[in-house]
Each structure stands twice: as structure tokens, then as C-alpha cells.
Write a protein that binds this ligand. Structure first.
Ligand code: AN7
Length: 349
């Protein structure tokens, strides 16, 4: 038995036709996991939507199955993106699957090792620029204006369409929308998708309501919180090291209209949530993803979330994406001689 492509599962909600060639790697259908210890701590019912369980380890695959399927349908020969890492990994995999050429443009030295490995192994042309993500996106946007290459950043509407399915799945599992959705924000594509997804599902009669949307940026990369672009964004959460979000205004409007807001989270709090998820819940996500949990812990403590509310945190990417972070943030490995006595001593003192 093979996994039904995400596009097939939600075909009625997606802009595909019988002649769209579906490019799938078995994306979607990711676990919605209770977080009992963090729930106790926050006084709300917290669940994690574990998007690291997607084929390339991030939520980007929901959008990429759509974007690459449509690129093939429309006759593109190549796809391109700028990326902090996960979009490039996903684009590289789906392009390989489709037999398309792919180029990815990344900020040099600032993409996590796992993501770089993915782009390389799938055969992408990898261009590292001596600038940040924002500069890379500017250049890629210009490239696609004069060449027959499909842009698969979240400026591509099909990406947004595909990522709406995350909201559908949450409603299907819970029986309705949660009270609150908490989500990390970079380019603000994903929060836009969730907003549209929840509204569309309610309008179709598949759920009865929409959640309050709380978005979280890293303190050093928080243009939506500050209300102005950040020229030199800086954060340990490299995935969301973005100073000029492409969909910022749309997303800010959606969060505010839902009764929610966007807030900034310090790197310290992001890394503490990252550690708590891993050590107390057995859930390993990348640092950017942990911003959602850090944000909920903060908002619950501030009284912004009613006690007992059902809160879904979108854990956007897998922890293995960034092995250096995991190793650097964990207690050192103990080096021992290969002797029973030494091992017993280390274990039992
Ligand atoms: C793990 O890969 O922008 O607000 O180029 O990788 O939709 O941008 C990644 C973004 C959150 C933010 N969590 O989502 C890219 C890129 C993780 C991410 C975000 C990203 P958006």
C-alpha cells in the first residue's frame, strides 16, 4: 500500500485538474502529538503538529508538491528559489522527483548542515551569496523575470495553496479548529496559509470556527513586531533569519483579525523551548520551530491564552536539520577507555 499524495487527499480544495501531473513524495499526514509536560507548565492543552515528519523534514513539502506539480503542468524546465535552507531542500527533492533542473540561492555559511546536504545530494545547483536571505530573494525574483524558470519561494501562490492543508489536517484530527494556533514566522508564508486554510475549511462546513493566530519571530529578526524592515537580521534560528518578509502585511492582518498578534522571542527562550521539547517530550525540532512553543509558554504566563485552551504549535522542521546546534547545546559526550570498570564508574559513580 502506498501513501496517497497530499494533493489527492484535499483535491477539492486545491487548484489542480485531471491533467495536472502530480509530483509527490508522500507528504502530509504528519502527527499531531500531545505535549503533556509542557501543557502542565502552561496550563493549556498543547499539541505539536510535527512537520518534521514530512519527506524532506519540513512543512515546505506541502507547498512544494503543489508548486512543482504546477511547474511541470505549465511546462517549466527548471525551478529556482532563495532559501534559508528548508525551501532549498524541498525544492531540490521535488525537482529531482519531477526530472526538472533546480538551482537554490542561499546565504553563505548560515544554512544548517542537514539542509545544505539535502540540496547537494538531490543534485541542485547551489549558489551561496555573501549576503542574507533578503538579498538572495531580491536577485532570484529578478532572474525569473527574464528567464523561463519557475520561482518556488512562497511568493508562488501554489506554495501557499499546498500549505493550507496543514490547517485541514489539524481540523480533521481534532474534529474542529483548535482555540489557538502558534507558529514561527519568517517570510510569513506559512501563517498566511494556515489562516486561509482554517477560513476555507470553516466556509466549506468542514469545521465550525477559526483559531486565534499567534505568530512568533526571533527577537533579532522581528520586522513585523518592529513595524519596519531589519537590515541585518540575526538569530540562532537561521530558518527565520529574515528581515523583509515577503508576505508580512497579509500575515499581520490575518493574525490581528483572528484576535491574535505577532511577538518577538529571544534566542535564549527559543533554545530553552527547544531543549524542553527534546528532553521532556521526546520531540526533536529545529530551533526556529521551537519559537512557537516558547511563544505559547510566554503568552500563557502573561494571561493571553485562557487556561484549558487547546493550542496547536506548528513544529515546522525536524531537529536533524541542524545537527551542529543539537550537539553544541547538549551535555558533552564522555570519552572513556573500552573497559567495563570505566563504563560502570561513569554510569553508577
Ligand atoms: C523551520 O527555507 O524561509 O514564515 O527559505 O524553515 O513561511 O517563511 C524557511 C522558513 C519556519 C518560516 N520554520 O516560515 C526558507 C524559509 C522553519 C522554516 C519558517 C521557515 P515562513
Amino acid at each position: 500500500m502506498s501513501t496517497t499524495p497530499l494533493i489527492e487527499r484535499y483535491r477539492e480544495f486545491l487548484p489542480v485538474s485531471d491533467s495536472t501531473p502530480i509530483v509527490s513524495l508522500g507528504e502530509g499526514g504528519t502527527p499531531l502529538v500531545e505535549l503533556p509536560r509542557l501543557s502542565d507548565r502552561a496550563g493549556v492543552r498543547m499539541l505539536a503538529k510535527v512537520e518534521g515528519a514530512n519527506p524532506t523534514g519540513s512543512f515546505k513539502d506541502r507547498g512544494m508538491t503543489m508548486a512543482v506539480s504546477k511547474a511541470v503542468e505549465e511546462g517549466a524546465e527548471a525551478v529556482i528559489c532563495a532559501s534559508t535552507g528548508n525551501t532549498s531542500a524541498s525544492a531540490a527533492a521535488y525537482a529531482a522527483r519531477a526530472g526538472l533542473k533546480v538551482a537554490v540561492v542561499i546565504p553563505e555559511g548560515r544554512i544548517a548542515a542537514g539542509k545544505l546536504a539535502q540540496a547537494m545530494v538531490h543534485g541542485a545547483k547551489v549558489l551561496a551569496l555573501d549576503g542574507g536571505f533578503d538579498a538572495a530573494l531580491d536577485i532570484v525574483r529578478e532572474v525569473v523575470e527574464s528567464h523561463n524558470v519557475a520561482l518556488v519561494n512562497s511568493l508562488n501562490e501554489y506554495r501557499i495553496d499546498g500549505q493550507r492543508t496543514g490547517a485541514y489536517e489539524i481540523c480533521d484530527v481534532l474534529g474542529d479548529a483548535p482555540d489557538v494556533l502558534a507558529i514561527p514566522v519568517g517570510n510569513a508564508g506559512n501563517v498566511s496559509s494556515y489562516s486561509l486554510g482554517f477560513a476555507g475549511y470553516r466556509d466549506a462546513g468542514r469545521s465550525t470556527r477559526v483559531p486565534v493566530l499567534f505568530g512568533f519571530q526571533a527577537e533579532g529578526a522581528a520586522p513585523l513586531v518592529l513595524g519596519r524592515p531589519v537590515n541585518d537580521p540575526e538569530t540562532v534560528a537561521t530558518a527565520i533569519r529574515i528581515g523583509r518578509p515577503a508576505r508580512g502585511e497579509q500575515a499581520l492582518g490575518a493574525m490581528v483579525d483572528s484576535g491574535g498578534a505577532v511577538a518577538a522571542i529571544s534566542d535564549r527562550d527559543i533554545l530553552e523551548a527547544y531543549r524542553l521539547l527534546a528532553t521532556q517530550e521526546g520531540v526533536f525540532c529545529e530551533p526556529a520551530s521551537a519559537a512557537s512553543v516558547a511563544g505559547v509558554l510566554r503568552r500563557a504566563a502573561d494571561g493571553d491564552i485562557a487556561p484549558g485552551s487547546t493550542v496547536v504549535c506548528v513544529l515546522t522542521g525536524h531537529g536533524l536539520k541542524d545537527p551542529d546546534m543539537a550537539i553544541n547545546r547538549s551535555p558533552a559526550v564522555q570519552q572513556l577507555p573500552a573497559e567495563l570498570r570505566a563504563v560502570e564508574e561513569a554510569l553508577f559513580g
